[in-house]
Design a protein around this ligand. Sequence first.
Ligand SMILES: Nc1ncnc2c1ncn2[C@@H]1O[C@H](COP(=O)(O)OP(=O)(O)OP(=O)(O)O)[C@@H](O)[C@H]1O
Ligand SMILES: [Mg+2]
Length: 469
Amino acid sequence: MGHIDSESPVEQGNNLYRMVTDKIKYNARDIKLELDWFNKILKKRSSLNTDKTGGHSNVYHLEPPEFDPSIPSDYSLFIEKHGLGFDERFALVLALIPHVRPELLDIFMQKNKATQRVYTQFGGTTGKHHIGYLPTGETAMYILAGSDTEIRFSLCRLFDIDHVFYKENVLWLEEVDKGEPYLSGALTISREIIDLFTIGEIRKPNFSSEFPAKLLSTQMEWEDLVLHPNTEKHIEEIEIWLEHHNTLMNEWGMGKKLKPGYKVLFYGPPGTGKTLTATLIGKKTGKDVYKIDLSAIVSKFIGETEKNLAKIFDRAENKDWILFFDEADALFGKRTSVNDAHDKYANQEVSYLLQRIEDYAGLVILASNMKDNIDDAFTRRFQGMAHFPMPNPEQRFSLWEKGFSQASQLEEKRYLRQLADNYELSGGSIMNVVQYSSLMSLKRGTTTIYKEDLLDGIKKEYHKAKRTL
Ligand SMILES: Nc1ncnc2c1ncn2[C@@H]1O[C@H](COP(=O)(O)OP(=O)(O)OP(=O)(O)O)[C@@H](O)[C@H]1O
Ligand SMILES: [Mg+2]
């Protein structure tokens, strides 16, 4: 076999496949150990209940398994990274069981003959779709503490807000109704952590009514962006903040004096590159940009809005996401008088959202077509206001020049200068014309872009904006 300098695409693909399956293999290996350990604890607990004479009086002598350090799994790395001990590991595996081996918990569904109900001390709840048993905080208490009140009290710290489980959105107890014991909330593990412990990757969340945010991406590059120099300056400030805010807040100790995060308003007419710029800032700095469409949230998710927004912020908080709020005027618009129930609700959500945005430690970009519609009370709190004006002839020329495919050529190159000078179009409109005229060329079976198609495309854009040529 010859010497291989660089891997062929097939080999790269194979390696990638092997990496993915290896991750699954090692996670499965370690989770199995953890499940075996869980089972031992469970057995011990039930023997403690029936036979009080056994040597140990609690379950803590059953040491958690040790993992193979030479080929670690995502699971074992996570345990090590956070220095998780007995109680934490137990809570993790208990929360994981409904997802990986649900039948293990079936024993908790047996009924107390005397009351014809499930045993109170087991806790547990049922799902809408899941037919098995779902553990609650009480379930964890029962298995680890039994009736030992001291152990029970010390376990409560697992669900404290300064515990890594809560802070990093790993595991929590679901909210319960007013007046009910909080330990009767379902013990829930985040979707991302399940993914990490099983397939070994963190999947990006998808847009849904539960998670009304969408990951933005683009094939375009920073060089494709054509901005007014003033806009560029604002963008540069954002980049400086992204690069240095950790040093400023921590090493320079300014975290005590400055508000967390950076909030900036992008305002300007449609199609001037607000969304594109936000997307490219993420691409350039290696951060995910999530777009939240405020008008959709306010109208469709009324009542659920607060919960859905909370979900986004909870997830975003530790991941350093850039949050991009489109159509910000929907929520930040000048407050109208409270006319009906709908308005009243909206105002309540506004206050909630504002508070979360204010507390958010990362970059928040709000986009709007009309700056004047945004209440001064909000704009005062922004660290930056970047205006995205309509492009001038010079910028339009750049946009035209960069717009077309390398595979095509123009009927007359000089013509672009005329187009740029004569037609006041946004970047978005220019790209629409580029698309239209390119498709017309393809239809004609040629790679040449014709003047007449360009003009037709421009006419269509003017028509949309109710302008005449
Ligand atoms: N300044 C620009 N530089 C390069 N391309 C641009 C620019 N502005 C717009 N475009 C092109 O137009 C498309 C649409 O722009 P974008 O969606 O960013 O506009 P927007 O300002 O967010 O508009 P809206 O206010 O309607 O949301 C971009 O994907 C890009 O192809
Ligand atoms: Mg946009």
